[in-house]
Design a protein around this ligand. Sequence first.
Ligand code: C5P
Length: 228
Amino acid sequence: MGKITIAIDGYSSTGKSTIAKRLASTLDYIYVDTGAMYRAVTLFALEEGIINDKGKVDEATLIDKLSDIHLKFVPNTETGRSEMFLNDKNVEREIRAMRVSGFVSKVAAIKEVREKLVKIQQEMGKNKGIVMDGRDIGTVVFPDAELKLFMTASPEKRAARRYKELLEKGEEVTYAEVLKNVEERDRIDSTRSISPLTRAKDAIEFDNSDMGLEEQFERVHDYSQRVI
Ligand code: C5P
């Protein structure tokens, strides 16, 4: 078989992007982090004052301004990794902050936001040879993907990983806040009416609570070799 489409979905902070990036680089495929796109739209909403002090998203205004949002992935010349640009500004660091994590699931539940981003994602993957991670890749974006993975891990393990990452980036945050955010995002992502986070029937479920990175990668790589 030639190049295929690989969809990696799952809960927050399951390490999807780490595995997806490595797999894409090993296979010489494109990697797309769709969470970064929802995060960039959320950052735009925060910067434009579309999310008020009480955390309410003014949906009508955001929908109205969607055409002002231009997203681009640009490879960093030093690391080779793709970074998210929002209206020509590098926002890779800002979109990972807790300020954005706190609102992104609300923004991602808006139908028009999803329609805009899904269209861009489908365009990016139209020639296959892509590893895309997110919440609805195997169910909505690429329902015909040749390989679908659904990653899970306990909320505590996921929060611990995320907490460590945030501390390393110098963010002042407590483990309890991170755990609360991870659980809250899971709840909103799984119960929203449009494209809720759910395992595609033909996805391989993968619980990595007690698995090291090497073992995870070997398994996922092995799955890909069976299909390619
Ligand atoms: O993957 P990450 O945790 O960065 O995603 C941030 C948020 O973006 C998720 O919690 C979810 O609300 C939203 N998302 C989504 N659909 C995707 C990718 C992310 O709704 N395909």
